[in-house]
Design a protein around this ligand. Structure first.
Ligand code: KG4
Ligand code: ZN
Length: 334
């Protein structure tokens, strides 16, 4: 069975085809990052317009040699995300599904991130713990079964990626800050600044990053001459604080849940220093950690097509719209 997946929840226009026998057989992602970088963050209306402009060429690239008539169903991200951007993906999905006369399946973007490592590593078995760290979400989830997710802890304020982006801005780095901070941190000393590690020792699995971000803000504000070396030291020290908190919380999540398989997902999962720290943890406690390949850390349609292939029974009528800016995991069904 072939599932066409469509993702337009934020600033990536992405389409992929998942074949139940052969896995991903076609995919294309167009990132709008350059356009939004000029404004220091995603501008929702520009995002919607650009999805309109790019979606046909993204489809052509994803489909390539695949016969469109061989598509059995269309899955698309219907939330959570930017409403206007989601509506473009939904309208397009409705058009394709209607033209091909195949079922249409709305997919939760977060479920895409949570399940995508299963697409890459079929040996993974539920239950497992997932650390989902992106620009919009930071949560530790107990994936009990497909469709049965329990949030064990989440950020009480900024998402991790958001904190990376804001600190990037403070250091004068381009948007999004995450990859630039990671690169700059290689030149700096992670012990140069003693930034706070909010909630690291709290007795739950919740997270908090706004205090850390504010501490960086005050540090930067009090320095007259922000040299390249000082910026690198701040980047390295900030990144280390985030990594220390996340590593500690994963350890705690494993202890509290008794799970032994852990998945790291979302844009921040691309961070190599974070991966290295969790690898060290893997060497000290009895867990197996799976990291998605870099192209599946950020937003993509492969994860949407894959979850669509598991959710054939969720097909909906084309009339009306099912997009939702907010769509908590707790509202999903098996
Ligand atoms: O999952 P994603 O592509 O989009 C959503 O937010 O859904 O995540 C984007 C976020 C941005 O905040 C970006 O700065 C962060 O992931 N990010 C990173 C790295 N690559 C992307 N953060 C830290 N280190 C990285 N290498
Ligand atoms: Zn995402």
């Amino acid at each position: 069975m072939k599932t066409l997946g469509i993702e337009t929840s934020c600033d990536e226009t992405a389409i992929a085809v998942y074949d139940s026998e052969h896995g991903i057989i076609g995919e294309s992602v167009f990132s709008q990052i350059k356009m939004h970088a000029e404004y220091g963050g995603v501008v929702p209306e520009l995002a919607s317009r650009d999805h309109c402009v790019k979606i046909i060429s993204v489809l052509k690239e994803a489909i390539n040699q695949i016969d469109l008539q061989s598509i059995d169903q269309v899955a698309y991200t219907s939330g959570p995300g930017l409403l206007g951007a989601l509506l473009i993906g939904e309208s397009f999905a409705q058009g394709v599904s209607s033209a091909l006369n195949v079922p249409l399946i709305p997919i939760n973007h977060l479920e895409g991130h949570l399940m995508s490592p299963v697409m890459e590593f079929p040996e993974i078995r539920v239950p497992y713990i997932c650390l989902l760290v992106s620009g919009g979400h930071s949560m530790i989830v107990d994936v009990k079964d497909r469709g049965d997710y329990k949030i064990l802890g989440q950020s009480q304020d900024d998402a991790v990626g958001e904190a990376f982006d804001k600190v990037g801005k403070l250091l004068g780095l381009p948007y999004p800050g995450g990859p630039h901070i990671e690169k700059l941190a290689l030149q700096g000393c992670p012990k140069a600044y003693e930034f706070p590690r909010p909630m690291m020792y709290s007795d739950n699995l919740d997270l908090s990053f706004s205090g850390l971000k504010t501490s960086v803000l005050y540090t930067v504000r009090d320095i007259d001459n922000l040299t390249d070396q000082i910026k690198a030291d701040i980047a390295a020290s900030f990144q280390q604080a985030v990594i220390d908190v996340l590593t500690k919380k994963i350890k705690k999540a494993v202890e509290l849940s008794g799970r032994s398989e852990v998945i790291i997902a979302g844009g921040v999962a691309a961070n190599k220093a974070l991966r290295a720290s969790i690898k060290d943890l893997e060497n000290t406690i009895n867990i197996k950690v799976y990291y998605p390949s870099l192209k599946y850390c950020g937003d993509n349609a492969a994860m949407i097509a894959f979850v669509g292939s598991l959710r054939s029974s969720d097909k909906i009528n084309i009339n009306g719209s099912s997009v939702r800016a907010r769509w908590p995991l707790s509202e999903l069904t098996k």
